[in-house]
Design a binder for this molecule. Structure first.
Ligand code: PLP
Length: 382
């Protein structure tokens, strides 16, 4: 039974079919509605519970710890790289989209030695090429990979890559942002040294806090590696370990919302339950859009149940801005494309939405296509 509310078309509140911020439940929003003192035992206990539950969700055994950090997901990724990739280290970044490239940009900004192994945006990184790159360069100490590249919605072969990285004696860092909580990822059995994710993707919390699950020995060894004071993951960790408190102003309401969102995640059946709902959302979305003539950018085999990229229709009457605005007027917010080579747009499958909301969005798309006179829905000829 789908218990999600159907979208009230009369409400002025939109449904977010975007990969963050995304639609969150009323109860998660309500959980924020009070004040907490950051040094109050109630809040310290809430923070400890949060760290513990996130670590468990990541399959982090006793060797792992969870370090939450204020900010959006990018803050956690930057803290992870700046802290764990030291000045004498070198990072191999696997990039098949904007988030992979962003990690390389962070290294450049922080003055960290790095090299990029690019693959096409519709193609997962080839584990054999990763193996060859590691064999060819002894200086590489770490490898970074994005589990689900939200640029397209492609799922990358993290487990195969992890096995190669481990066999070569290097350390793996995972940007697990967009799929954490919906696609399985087991830090200890992968294995990885650290993974980064945030409250406001598949966990359906509100934006404002992100976190890294990392090996405690790696954090202990990192010392003062971090080139930034506020994005020093080891410093943040030492703070939590010392007194259970946040180093700088705690995002109290955001933590409370995530605490509630984690209750709802567990009640839905954890990663399996959440993943099943998102897969259903994706399948209904893709089937409905294809029935209207749209084409997906990715082959089904590598399409994650997180966000789907569609080719813009060939019809000259199609204009993304007009399409977006007409959908927004009907209460549905979608996402522009982010590809370097293809004209596309994206629709998210994540957030507190179910099949009914996706079907509502499909009805709205159908109306808007009629309104705009878009008859040719397939992609433009290359
Ligand atoms: C959302 C996301 C991030 C973080 O983005 P923010 O806008 O900083 O929250 C990083 N990596 C991936 C793959 C993401 O989907």
């Amino acid at each position: 039974m789908d218990t999600r509310r159907t979208h009230p078309m009369t409400s002025d509140e939109p449904l977010l079919l975007t990969p963050g911020p995304l639609t969150v439940s009323e109860s998660t929003r309500q959980a924020m509605n009070r004040n907490w003192g950051a040094r109050d035992p109630i809040f310290i206990e809430m923070t400890a519970r949060l760290r513990h539950r996130l670590c468990e969700l990541a399959g982090g055994g006793p060797g792992y710890t969870c370090v939450p950090i204020q900010g959006s997901g990018t803050f956690a990724v930057e803290a992870m790289l700046g802290t764990l990739v030291g000045p004498g280290d070198k990072l191999l970044v696997l990039a098949n989209g904007a988030y992979g490239r962003r990690m390389a940009e962070m290294c450049a900004r922080m003055g960290r030695d790095h090299t990029i192994l690019e693959s096409a945006e519709d193609t997962p990184p080839d584990p054999l090429r990763v193996e060859a790159a590691l064999a060819a360069d002894d200086a590489i100490t770490h490898v970074a990979v994005v589990q689900c590249e939200t640029t397209t919605g492609i799922v990358n072969p993290v487990a195969e890559i992890a096995a190669i990285v481990a066999a070569s004696g290097r350390s793996l860092l995972v940007d697990a942002m967009s799929a954490f909580g919906a696609l399985p990822l087991d830090a200890a059995s992968l294995p990885c040294q650290a993974l980064a994710a945030s409250a406001n993707k598949c966990l359906e919390g509100v934006p404002g806090v992100a976190f890294v699950i990392a090996r405690a020995d790696a954090l202990a060894a990192a010392g003062d590696n971090a080139p930034s004071l506020s994005l020093d993951l080891a410093g943040q960790w030492r703070g939590f370990e010392a007194n259970g408190q946040w180093r700088f102003t705690a995002p109290t309401q955001v933590v409370a919302a995530l605490d509630q969102a984690l209750d709802e995640h567990a009640a839905e059946g954890g990663v399996a339950g959440r993943g099943a709902r998102y897969r259903r959302n994706r399948d209904v979305l893709v089937e409905g859009m294809r029935a209207m003539g749209f084409e997906t950018y990715l082959p089904d085999a590598v399409q994650a149940p997180i966000i789907v990229t569609f080719h813009s229709p060939a019809d000259p009457n199609f204009d993304f801005e007009a399409f977006y605005a007409a959908l927004a007027r009907r209460g549905y917010l979608i996402y522009p494309g982010k590809l370097t080579r293809a004209d596309t747009f994206r629709i998210g499958c994540i957030g507190h939405i179910g099949e009914a909301e996706i079907r509502g969005a499909l009805d709205a798309v159908r109306e808007v296509l009629d309104e705009l006179g878009v008859k040719q829905r397939g992609k433009r000829a290359a």
